[in-house]
Design a protein around this ligand. Structure first.
Ligand SMILES: Cc1cc2nc3c(=O)[nH]c(=O)nc-3n(C[C@H](O)[C@H](O)[C@H](O)COP(=O)(O)O)c2cc1C
Length: 217
């Protein structure tokens, strides 16, 4: 599969079979993650690969509670069309299903971001070089794209951060040293890969100056 196909068909897969994930495929995904760019090439992330059913289910209990709390915070949605409403409802149902079943997904990969000083100060003040998570999320997306190219599904999730302290304790990581940048279930999906709906990119492109609409095609 070429890179463009893999990128365009990587999306949140939230329903998985029980089929085990071969270690050599996981390693390829982790190699792809490690190849991602990071500020100053610091490669700050650690990967906790969870295969133990006990640990997965402990994380799943936390995920479910976090998800239920998050759902209660969601505002009542307003839709521009019936199509938008149906898309939203499908995603909502799939997210709820994942919250109920995530413990059964064969592998979870947690991307840990270290709590380290980042950025600089000089006599003029803060020297803003961007945020540290900007050096972790490219690795997460590389991982997901690599997985897709190997026929594995993933879902990029962060809701477990609602109860991050509890989740870090489950995986034996120190709350003072790490935060959870992403929590990725990995497995063979039961649904099909495909291109997910997005806004037309032309609505977000500006040519040379903000507000100037492009004619790139
Ligand atoms: C930073 C981030 C956090 C996310 N957190 C969650 C999450 O906690 N649970 C979940 O089910 N999906 C989560 N998602 C997945 C998004 O809902 C998903 O990418 C979006 O709906 C588009 O899905 P699609 O590519 O299948 O269209 C997250 C995605 C990102 C990038």
């Amino acid at each position: 599969m070429d890179a463009m196909d893999a990128i365009l068909t990587t999306r949140a897969m939230r329903r998985y079979s029980d089929a085990p994930v071969p270690d050599e495929l996981l390693m390829q995904c982790l190699e792809a993650a490690q190849q991602a760019p990071s500020g100053g090439n610091v490669q700050p992330q650690q990967y906790v690969v969870v295969r133990s059913p006990e640990v997965r289910h402990a994380l799943a209990d936390i995920y479910r509670q976090a998800f239920e709390r998050y759902e209660k915070c969601l505002p009542e949605p307003v839709f521009r069309s019936e199509h938008d409403r149906l898309t939203y409802e499908r995603t909502r149902k799939a997210s709820q299903d994942l919250a109920q079943t995530i413990g059964d997904v064969p592998v979870h990969v947690l991307f840990l971001q270290p709590i380290i000083p980042w950025g600089f100060h000089d006599e003029e003040g803060v020297v803003d070089i961007g945020r540290l998570d900007g050096s972790v999320y490219p690795a997460v997306q590389n991982f997901c794209i690599a997985a897709r190219s190997l026929g594995l599904g993933t879902a990029f999730t962060t809701v477990i951060r609602v109860y991050q302290a509890e989740a870090l304790e489950v995986i034996g990581a120190d709350l003072e040293r790490f935060e959870i940048a992403a929590h990725i279930p990995v497995g063979y999906p039961t649904g099909n890969f495909g291109r997910a709906p997005r806004k037309d990119v032309r609505r977000s492109i500006h040519l040379d100056r903000y507000g100037e609409r492009p004619t790139l095609d």
